[in-house]
Design a protein around this ligand. Sequence first.
Ligand SMILES: Cc1cc2nc3c(=O)[nH]c(=O)nc-3n(C[C@H](O)[C@H](O)[C@H](O)COP(=O)(O)O)c2cc1C
Length: 381
Amino acid sequence: MGYLVVMEDPGMGSGGQERSDPGMGSGGQERSDPGMGSGGQERELGAMASRKLRHIDACLHGPVQYETVTTGFERYRLPYNALTQTNLSTVDLSTGFLGAPLRAPVLIGAMTGGAELSRTINRNLAEAAQKLGIGMMLGSQRIMLDDEVAAASFDVRDLAPDVLLVGNIGLAQLSESAIPKIAAAMDRIGADALAVHTNPLQEAMQANGDTDFSGSLDRLRRLAGALPYPILVKEVGHGIGAAAAERLRDLPIAAVDVAGAGGTSWARVEQLVRYGEVRYPAVAEWGVPTAQALTEVRATLPGMPLVASGGIRTGVDAATALALGADVVALARPLLAPAIESPAAALDALHGFIEELRVCLHGCGADDLPALKRLDLTRLG
Ligand SMILES: Cc1cc2nc3c(=O)[nH]c(=O)nc-3n(C[C@H](O)[C@H](O)[C@H](O)COP(=O)(O)O)c2cc1C
């Protein structure tokens, strides 16, 4: 399969200069142009939409999966029980999350919005979520804060009236002045909750990324206090571990999605989009592996509703994460190609995943999620 990514700034590849630039991603050019009028704003929106498409292209065709880091779930064994007393057809996967009922402990991971293709992806996933009774996280709504046309790509409520729908915004882009716009964007799409993603490594790899995270925790605290929506804090695949969880301890937030390492590496995605290659593999392979992130956050924030994501690929991964303390799991990139194909393909992929999870509970002798959580996992090595 061809790798089609069009490089964002192909000129950067020439010479050793950029290679040795310690401020990779310390641009800000697009956003900081003080004289930018409406033409400039349009250009910025256009650049954002085409970056979304390059991300999708890289995620479909590029080597974006961690190569040396795994989630760590493979170090645990679910206790298989040959004398299970459960009936597969009545194993109950239902649960609740952020006040909403779910027929299975699964969320569609945050992915996209802004481009026409994003609308197809979101709507096909929303249709599947409604049929399966699971939740859905949308991609970053930053692009719709200033653009009505982009907003249409997030419209899924007509197809998914009953789904737990989670909006999305970046921590780096949070500002006092953005709060009313974020509230309006949430109202417009009919979201139930807002995910705030914190992604310093991704932004540092991105050309013109937002690399100033100073004061972001205070801004998050103010947003969480000001918005009438539950706030979920997530990473994008490099993991929220003990140190980050400690900083979330007293914040008025409703949930954490650890989004750990071992699945899609956004430092890889951004390098591929920027340079056409993974030029800095060491940072591309950096992060808190998902199983470690999950156990650390669970230990630091014992009562916090938790999403396990980042490299969740099978029902076995999901069952292991749930037994380790997650309340729900989320998966993103594996759903991208099916979501582009059709609503039926998206439904098929998610249905297979959920049925595999159901088989895991059956094989463990657990007839519902509380029973799964009571099991002891074997830790290998
Ligand atoms: C195409 C694509 C776009 C994404 N866009 C967003 C986004 O806008 N906001 C966000 O919080 N996470 C975004 N993510 C990150 C995912 O939500 C997830 O945290 C990460 O990909 C790791 O999960 P995975 O290994 O299942 O892909 C995106 C992921 C993909 C594949």
